[in-house]
Design a protein around this ligand. Structure first.
Ligand SMILES: [Zn+2]
Length: 115
């Protein structure tokens, strides 16, 4: 059973969201917006192009926000890429192909998270 955290847009198995550690409120639904991955701008742009070519609706959001992006330079800003749950598996395959990193749990590609 896949659960969904509305705050983090995370899909996960188990009781608690891996990001905010809150208890899951409900199961994921096909229309839910899910975090696919987080990438620096150039990669997020590339991924956006490929998602578009595949007809997968998505949206991106800067992680730091506009103010900080200006300070550190726009090329260093990281972007979160979201897709709907119904497209998550397909989009995950695309990410996999593009970046060669396994996407097993809905887009957790943070290298610091590895155990
Ligand atoms: Zn959460």
């Amino acid at each position: 059973m896949k659960m969904y955290c509305e705050k983090c847009h995370r899909v996960f198995e188990g009781e608690k969201c891996p990001d905010c550690r809150k208890k899951a409120k409900r199961e994921v639904e096909p229309d839910d917006v899910c975090l696919l991955t987080e990438k620096p701008q150039i990669w997020a742009d590339m991924l956006s192009d490929v998602l578009e070519q595949n007809g997968i609706p998505f949206y991106t959001k800067g992680v730091f926000g506009a103010g900080l992006a200006i300070k550190i330079g726009p090329m260093n800003e990281r972007f979160k890429v979201f897709v709907m749950y119904r497209d998550l598996e397909r989009a995950g395959d695309i990410v996999d192909e593009l970046f060669n990193t396994p996407v097993e749990n809905g887009g957790d590609d943070d290298p610091d998270d590895e155990e």
